[in-house]
Design a protein around this ligand. Structure first.
Ligand code: PEP
Ligand code: MN
Length: 360
């Protein structure tokens, strides 16, 4: 088997586990961590940051190209393929020269179409898998745009890495996962490998297992987890890295869910329940449609009496009444608020149509 198809086989493994230090620091640190990761028997690909894009100058910016031979040595020693982050054409050239197996584009690069294009141009005619992290800001167009640029450069194996997003306010995470966006992106690109990076989502070790479980429950294809032989003394991201031994413990605790199972009973039960769901969806939409018709009738009266569409007092009363039932209904306040807001917006649009028609 040649090297490329061997790599394709590794990439099709599920769950695919990528691990290694945030940054390559010294030859010994990288080799020692790599060997320990190999010994877990669970790691498929070795990662290491060689060039580190930092938010502020003065922080550790990576060892640079001198770390690439160490990574090559770690790969030879363990038999594991390797991956590094690249952000410029020069870094792509260097990584290719030292036979890095897979490249990844970091969150701070995905935000910038100029940089992504520079990397894409450097990859013209090169056959190497590329993993693309989500941009720092929650913008799926930007993420998809990066996929398109890399794909147009002729790269056929592309993967997505969900590493969370920067959002306003305290979320308890370093980068809020915003799972709905991850799911949306997965649905937009169903053929691409979808990997979750719990380390950069969490920003701290203790909540990594629950984030991994959530990712696996949402059918993520794999994980990129930062691991270091001595996390607390790591030169970057010390709070979120785990030792190879801790990584193994975490992975052993996860409930790995299957996407499907070959059981007629299971499929029959699921079919029945899905039909029930379809039936409820149908009824729900019919009810909402009837509700809008009533709102249109109200608009007719408002028009005749020259009353504004928006009547905050009335809307507050509706919201309060519904939210009071949150517990009894088993529906979260957050969901009910979003649901009512959507109904309200649609209702206002219907009422506006009635009023506009009247003006003509
Ligand atoms: C990293 O993987 O070390 C890294 C810098 O990640 P991100 O681009 O997600 O911040
Ligand atoms: Mn990191």
């Amino acid at each position: 088997m040649n090297k490329t198809s061997n790599l394709e086989n590794i990439l099709s493994k599920k769950p695919l586990i990528i691990s290694g230090p945030c940054s390559a620091e010294t030859r010994e640190q990288l080799l020692d961590t790599a060997v320990q990761l190999k010994e877990t028997g669970r790691v498929d690909i070795l990662r290491a940051g060689i060039w580190k894009p930092r938010t502020k100058p003065g922080m550790f910016e990576g060892v640079g190209s001198k770390g690439l031979p160490w990574l090559q040595e770690a790969s030879q020693l363990t038999g594991l393929p390797t991956t590094v982050e690249v952000a410029t054409a020069k870094q792509v050239e260097e990584a290719l020269r030292y036979k890095v197996s897979i490249l990844w584009i970091g969150a701070r690069t995905t935000v910038n179409p100029f940089s992504v294009q520079e990397v894409a141009d450097a990859l013209q005619g090169v056959n190497i898998p590329v993993l693309i992290k989500n941009p720092i800001n929650p913008d799926l167009e930007l993420w998809s745009g990066a996929v398109e640029r890399i794909s147009r450069a002729g790269i056929s194996t592309i993967g997505l890495i969900h590493r969370g997003f920067s959002t306003f306010g305290e979320t308890g995470y370093r980068n809020a996962p915003l799972w709905h966006l991850a799911v949306e992106m997965k649905l937009r690109h169903p053929s691409l490998l979808f990997i979750t990076d719990p380390s950069h989502i969490c920003g701290r070790r203790d909540i990594i297992p629950e984030v991994i479980q959530r990712a696996i429950d949402l059918n993520s294809d794999g994980l990129m987890i930062e691991s270091h032989r001595d996390p607390t003394n790591a030169w970057s991201d010390a709070v979120q890295q785990v030792t190879p031994a801790a990584l193994l413990t975490i992975l052993e605790q996860i409930i790995w869910r299957k996407e499907d199972v070959n059981s007629p009973d299971y499929h029959a039960a699921l079919d029945t329940l899905r039909q029930e769901i379809n039936q409820y969806d149908e009824e729900l939409l019919q009810l909402i449609s009837r509700r809008m018709k009533v709102a249109e009738k109200i608009a007719q009266y408002k028009k005749e009496n020259q009353i504004t569409i928006l009547q905050p007092g009335r809307w507050q009363e509706i919201t309060r009444r519904v939210l009071q039932k949150s517990q009894e209904l088993g529906l979260s306040q957050e969901f009910l608020t979003q649901f009512l807001d959507a109904i309200h917006m649609e209702s206002i649009a219907h009422q506006k149509q009635v009023l506009d028609a009247a003006k003509k």
